[in-house]
Design a protein around this ligand. Structure first.
Ligand SMILES: Nc1ncnc2c1ncn2[C@@H]1O[C@H](COP(=O)(O)OP(=O)(O)OP(=O)(O)O)[C@@H](O)[C@H]1O
Ligand SMILES: [Mg+2]
Length: 794
């Protein structure tokens, strides 16, 4: 604070002189006035801290002087002095806002003590004003440089100095950096980090306490001191929230310039400044943080929507605006229905309930434009305007479509794969059947020839043997009769020849040279005939026989002798398998299989069963596990051939140690349900052709066969055919011919294409076949194909 000025107003010159001397002695700057006019002139020309006014100014009133001085300088502290000691004048002077009233004769010390109190009060008011003004400045800005600059300027002005500076702590490095210092001359020698003179502010940083230097020159080398325009310094810490954030320094060109009052004032202001700087910093952090957050928010390609508890949009990012086709500025207050990210999770767009529910929830939502989003909805707590919800939607359309495509592809692959496996299985079965059929036919031809050749000599051998036996026994005279041994030998020749002849008959049966004569056969009766044939052996060997036949079984169109032979072979095998085992039970069953339109006849035994590797070969001709001379290995081959001749199927199931079941599926028809069809079987392979023909025959249909495409077309043209089971191989080439044939038929015949399942069912003329039948030709599949193409119920 500058020197205190005091204006003495008294009409007595002697008193004025005395007061001036006493004032100077107390470091006050005295001014004098002897009348109201001179007092007013002085007050107008400069500002005084205190005025001492004598209430009797000759002809003028001191009270008047006080009133008028207060008009010009309302802040002026006035001490009224009076020799009359009237209470009234004292009250009057207080009414005019005088600071004190002193009675004459004055005690000089008392008088100046009053002046000092006035000065003190004046200073306090002045400090208050300075602090208020700086406080105003601090409120006006959020820029820390601006805050420091304005505060320093005002401080320097009020303290009447022109040197000042501030250092602030860098929050990142922790260093106290000089942010402002003036004038430039000070900066040169005192600002750098490696100062030529010790920086008083370093002491403040180190101690956290105010530090005052009376004369900086005394602390510096003479050459440096000569260049520094600063001598007295006042350095105070800037504390914000107990943390030292900087140092505020004030300097003066003259030494010992700063009083304790100055230090108190600057300290107070420094703490205000520190808080303001800290606020400015926090504000700046918040602003930068907000900018970064907003930039990030808008840079994210996922859609982000922040709703209030009522489901109103508080904020949406650019991606959301683009998705909704609206400017980002128009998003606020959009409803969550308009935003459309709730989907099935909150069908009523209950984002408010999501907020209440706690934790995040995820859902897949399909937007109006068909895009699919994975939406995460999370509550946001502790925000100023109540609960809120944030939704983040990731566009997963591509991922989901790819996944769907992948799933579809792998399903298709799996289907194709299983079709392939089924086809391979079917091919294997077909191959096995063909092989079996081929084996049978090749061996059959061979056997037929050999059997035929053997039949004649055997007949002769048997005939002659019987002749010799007859002659030996009856024809010769009593005395020439041979020994009994010779008769026995000849008998043996006949028996063995008979055995050989039986084998030959078997071979012939296997070769199927005997023509089959078909007639309706009652399977139950057939079984009982076979059982009767073997009843003696059954009794002998303790074999229990059971039968379980469905009631009203349809008859089977078959050659009774052949079927009986097949059945007998199975029974003989069963008997042999049960030899020496318990229990010995032979079970016959028969039932109608509607899907195959066939009677299924089963023969089960409790024999030793058949091992897996043997099972594969039992239908092979001449395969036997019996000792030499015990079996020919033809029994099952004959069975197989007979069943196939009847369009049937033979299967076996066996468990070693438990028993074996043979089942014969023979095409049949419930007579009442019969709708006769005329079926043309057109196939290049005789075995297949015969088999299919046998099936249809077994079902009671009229069957025609064709072994070539020409023959097939000729029969088609002739008309009257209901269904053609057509070898795909016959379709190659000549499309026109087929077209003509089908036209001639009036497209009456439905076509079942005999082809692998993977091939298309398109016939040569472009029409689609009514059905496709892949090999092997299983009774159920053939029946299904026939049903599919029949116009009437079959
Ligand atoms: N029910 C069965 N239980 C166990 N094994 C059987 C049965 N049926 C057939 N087999 C086996 O199948 C083989 C072939 O039988 P198949 O009837 O063809 O010839 P075989 O009985 O050996 O001789 P054949 O019948 O010509 O006298 C038999 O040797 C036997 O090993
Ligand atoms: Mg046998």
């Amino acid at each position: 604070m500058p020197p205190v000025t005091v204006l003495f107003v008294d009409d007595d010159r002697g008193s004025l002189d005395l007061l001036c001397v006493a004032a100077r002695a107390r470091h006050l700057e005295p001014f004098t006035a002897t009348s109201i006019t001179t007092a007013m002139a002085a007050a107008r020309s400069q500002a005084f801290d205190v005025a001492l006014v004598d209430l009797s100014l000759g002809s003028e009133s001191g009270l008047d002087a006080i009133r008028r001085l207060k008009e010009i300088a309302p802040d002026l502290e006035i001490v009224a002095v009076s020799g009359t000691a009237s209470l009234a004048s004292a009250i009057q002077s207080f009414d005019l806002a005088a600071f004190a009233f002193v009675q004459k004769p004055v005690d000089v010390d008392h008088l100046f003590a009053t002046v000092n109190r006035a000065v003190e009060r004046r200073r306090l008011i002045w400090e208050m004003q300075v602090i208020n003004a700086i406080g105003e400045d601090l409120r006006r800005s959020l820029d820390q440089r601006e805050l420091i600059d304005s505060t320093l300027r005002r401080l320097m002005t009020v303290l009447g100095v022109d040197i000042g500076g501030a250092r602030l702590r860098n929050p990142v490095t922790g260093d106290y950096e000089m942010v402002m210092i003036g004038p430039p001359a000070v900066h040169e020698v005192w600002g750098p980090a490696t100062p030529l003179v010790p920086r008083p502010s370093d002491t403040v940083v180190a101690t956290g306490k105010a530090f005052v230097t009376g004369d900086l020159h005394a602390l510096s080398p003479a050459d440096v001191a000569a260049r520094i325009p600063v001598r007295a310094t006042l350095n105070v810490p800037m504390f914000a929230g107990g943390e030292l954030i900087g140092v505020l320094s004030i300097g003066a060109a003259e030494p010992n310039r700063f009083s304790d009052d100055d230090q108190r004032l600057v300290t107070t202001i420094a703490s205000h400044l520190a808080v303001a700087v800290q606020n400015a910093r926090l504000h700046s952090y918040a602003r930068v943080g907000k900018q970064q957050w907003e930039a990030t928010f808008d840079a994210i390609s996922d859609l982000i929507a922040v709703f209030d508890g009522q489901g109103r949009l508080l904020r949406g990012n650019l991606a959301l605006a683009a998705h909704l086709g609206r400017p980002v500025t128009s998003l606020r207050n959009a409803t969550c229905e308009e935003v459309g990210l709730c989907g099935p999770l909150h069908p009523d767009c209950g984002v408010a309930s999501a907020a209440a529910a706690g934790g995040c929830v995820r859902a897949e939502v399909t937007a109006a434009n068909g895009q699919i989003f994975s939406v995460t909805t999370c509550p946001v707590r502790d925000i100023a305007d109540g609960s809120a919800v944030v939704q983040i939607a990731k566009n997963v359309t591509q991922e989901i479509q790819s996944a769907r495509r992948l799933r579809q592809m792998s399903e298709e692959l799996a289907t194709a794969n299983s079709r392939l496996v089924a086809t391979v299985d079917r091919l294997k079965t077909t191959q096995a059947q063909l092989l079996q059929a081929e084996k049978l036919s090749a061996i059959g031809q061979l056997v037929a020839g050999v059997a035929h050749e053997l039949n004649n000599p055997l007949t002769s051998v048997i005939g002659y043997a019987q002749l010799v036996e007859d002659e030996l026994v009856r024809g010769a005279p009593e005395d020439q009769r041979p020994s009994a041994d010779l008769a026995v030998d000849v008998r043996r020749i006949a028996e063995e020849s008979e055995r050989a002849a039986r084998i030959v008959r078997n071979l012939l049966a296997f070769a199927r040279r005997q023509t089959a004569e078909r007639a309706p056969q009652d399977l139950a009766e057939l079984v009982s005939r076979v059982v009767a044939l073997r009843s003696y052996e059954f009794r002998l060997n303790g074999i229990e026989v059971e039968t379980a036949f469905d009631e009203a079984l349809p008859h089977v169109m078959a050659d009774g002798g052949h079927l009986q032979q097949a059945l007998l072979n199975l029974v003989l095998n069963a008997e042999q398998a049960m030899r020496g085992r318990t229990p010995r039970r032979l079970r016959f069953g028969a039932q109608f299989d509607r899907a195959a339109c066939a009677v299924e006849l089963t023969v089960s035994d409790t024999g030793h069963g058949i091992a897996e590797d043997t099972l594969r070969r039992i239908f092979d001709p001449f395969f036997t596990t019996r000792d030499v001379g015990e079996g020919t290995g033809l029994g099952l081959s004959i069975c197989y051939g007979i069943v196939r001749d009847h369009g049937g199927q033979i299967r076996v199931q066996s468990r070693v140690g438990i028993g074996t079941t043979f089942s014969l599926l023979l095409p049949s028809r419930m007579a009442a349900a019969l709708v006769r069809q005329t079926v043309l079987v057109a196939h290049g392979d005789q075995t297949e052709r015969d088999y299919l023909a046998a099936i249809f025959g077994g079902w009671g249909h009229r069957v025609q066969v064709a072994d070539s495409a020409d023959a097939a077309r000729a029969q088609l043209r002739a008309g009257g055919i209901d269904a053609v089971f057509l070898d795909r191989a016959f379709l190659t080439g000549d499309c026109d011919a087929w077209r003509a044939a089908r036209k001639a038929d009036g497209d009456r015949a439905s076509v079942v294409l005999l082809t692998s399942a993977d091939e298309t069912g398109v016939i040569a003329d472009g029409a689609e076949a009514a059905a496709v039948l892949p090999p092997p030709f299983d009774l159920r599949a053939v029946q299904a194909a026939l049903r599919a193409v029949s116009k009437e119920c079959v």
